[in-house]
Design a protein around this ligand. Structure first.
Ligand SMILES: Nc1ncnc2c1ncn2[C@@H]1O[C@H](COP(=O)(O)OP(=O)(O)OP(=O)(O)O)[C@@H](O)[C@H]1O
Length: 539
């Protein structure tokens, strides 16, 4: 109202001013016009009045126009927004964003990964074509997480018209709702991936065991405090996979000792040169002897650990030992005789103890078997394995024997019975509750030979530089003399003991070697085999 009144006052003033101005001019110029035009007075007055009215009107329009221009100052954006009707715009935006991604929404809703009233939003999902398939990246609706998809991955795969083997899922590190899902165009490993280079193995975070379905290296974070069971039917690629594993360990695991038992006689022979102990045998007694030796080393290490704790010293650092057995099932088998059963029970218990103690002793065990039947590897032993690998097996029941009775109740299990037996080396790696489909490496022979030669050269250099213990010196003395036994009377002076009293000399030698002499028909002395066993178990 106030605004309107102000405007009316302004208009009146303008009109009045126009009129006064007009009158002033009127008299001045009326005569001039009359003279100039030669008109009569009435005609001159009328013409002039008309011109003045027109001028006054023009002045008023001009002022009104200028006032409007000045009044058009820019208004603050917030004020504009407040004045604007908010709801229609917001509603429009929301309905544009909430468009469902048709394929993902339908698949996840039918699979039960999201509720019937929930959607995967189009603007929160991307589908990218990659070399091996299609990569779906999306956000689950609020209240849901990636686990809802992972738990039903088999069903989700079915909704996409493929199998669980075609799907690979990854969780995001930044958001529990974010899901990365790879759907392969072809069955996994239809095309082989080239074996990795040394550089790739060395830079992998952990120990690689094979390629995953996208060709990335996949494996376990460490072999420290861990043991592994590898099962699969004959000719499926166990030995090749484990040869690949040993090669990767030699490249990437730093210093460690290898104990190899080649139950198939030549599966692990390539690594004999760098093994601390290599045996090629299917005799249970050989297996038991190796397990005994490693249990002794383990006990010795536990003893040292205890001493360190008692004396409040830092825990000693032990060199890792990896014990690998190709075809272990034979060693647990028995001939139904009383003695056979007793031996099998004893071996099972010793093996269980070795695997269980790997936690602190840094002695890891890898057992392979081509007979993953119920009693091939005793359950007490099998349950100790932190990592399990299962290559193709004929049935889900056999897969359970290898991977654990409750395997199919774990998150997103992969059934090894569904693997293509013609694509060798494929395996389900079950580690830390998660399953990954991999294909073991098939390294060229010359690649493995080069790695082995390098490690052997390094080991020889180290041995030649390390100061020798009296025990090692005694072993060297007996070896160079070509004897299996040496009398105390001969060995003591060779190690610098000058005592002449036989009893005292024996005591000094026994203390120096950390081993007890034995009595034979020749007299008291030391067997080479005993000294070597003592040397192994003391480290
Ligand atoms: N990753 C792989 N890529 C290509 N070929 C492979 C692969 N793994 C294994 N093979 C081939 O499959 C065959 C069987 O492999 P391997 O001897 O390792 O199987 P296995 O399971 O140890 O057999 P068995 O238990 O009978 O000794 C070999 O000819 C090997 O070359």
């Amino acid at each position: 109202m106030g605004k309107k009144k102000q405007q009316a006052d302004g208009d009146t003033y303008a009109q009045a001013a126009g009129a006064i101005g007009g009158l002033a001019i009127t008299f001045g110029i009326l005569a001039a016009i009359k003279d100039k035009l030669g008109l009569s007075w009435p005609a001159t007055v009328l013409l002039t009045a008309g011109a003045l009215v027109a001028l006054g009107y023009l002045a008023w329009r001009l002022k009104a126009g200028l006032s409007r221009l000045w009044a058009r100052d820019p208004q603050p954006a917030a004020a504009l927004k407040q004045d604007a009707p908010a709801t229609p715009v917001d509603e429009e935006q929301t309905s544009a964003q909430a468009v469902p991604h048709p394929e993902l929404t339908a698949a996840l809703s039918t699979a039960g990964a999201i509720g019937k009233d929930q959607i995967i939003r189009q603007d929160e999902a991307t589908v990218t074509g990659v070399q091996t398939g299609a990569l779906y990246e999306f956000l689950m609706p609020e209240g849901r997480t990636y686990e809802d998809v992972e738990k039903r991955l088999g069903t989700v795969a079915g909704m996409f018209g493929v199998t669980r083997l075609h799907m690979k899922m990854e969780r995001s590190r930044d958001n529990e709702r974010r899901v990365k899902l790879l759907k392969l165009h072809e069955p996994p490993f239809t095309h082989p991936f080239p074996a990795p280079t040394r550089q790739e193995v060395a830079t992998f975070a952990g120990i690689p065991l094979g390629h995953d379905v996208t060709g990335q290296l996949a494996g376990v974070p460490t072999f420290d405090k861990a043991s592994m069971l590898v099962a699969g039917m004959t000719q499926m690629g166990k030995t090749t996979l484990v040869n690949g594993l040993i090669t990767c360990l030699l490249i990437a695991y730093g210093e460690f000792e290898l104990y190899l038992l080649d139950g198939k006689f030549c599966g692990l022979t390539k690594f004999e040169k760098v093994a601390t102990r290599y045996e090629s045998s299917d005799a249970p007694a050989v297996f038991e002897d190796m397990v005994d030796e490693l249990n002794d080393r383990s006990d010795n290490r536990y003893g040292k650990l205890k001493d360190a704790i008692r004396n409040r010293q830092p825990a000693p650092k032990f060199r890792p030992v990896i014990f690998i057995v190709d075809e272990a099932a034979d060693f647990f088998a028995h001939d139904e005789s009383k003695e056979g059963k007793e031996q099998a029970r004893r071996i099972a218990e010793k093996t269980r103890s070795l695997v269980a103690k790997s936690l602190e002793s840094r002695i890891s065990t890898v057992l392979m078997t081509q007979r993953p039947s119920t009693n091939a590897i005793p359950v007490t032993v099998r349950d100790q394995f932190l990592y399990r690998l299962c290559l193709y097996v004929a049935s889900s029941g056999t897969a359970k024997v290898a991977l654990g009775d409750t395997y199919f109740d774990t998150v997103a299990p992969i059934n090894p019975a569904l693997l293509d037996p013609d694509i060798k080396g494929q395996a389900v790696l079950f580690a830390k509750g998660r399953s990954t489909l991999i294909r073991g490496f098939n390294f060229e022979d010359h690649f493995i030979w080069n790695v082995v030669d390098e490690v052997q050269a390094r080991q020889q250099k180290e041995t030649s530089q390390a100061p020798k213990s009296p025990l090692q010196q005694a072993i060297d003395i007996m070896r160079s003399a070509g004897v299996d036994f040496m009398l105390t009377a001969d060995l003591a002076p060779a190690l610098g003991i000058t005592e002449t009293d036989a009893v005292e000399r024996g005591k000094q030698l026994s203390t120096l070697l950390g081993a007890q002499a034995g009595r034979t028909s020749q007299g008291r002395g030391y067997k080479l085999a005993d000294l070597m066993a003592a040397a192994r178990s003391s480290s």
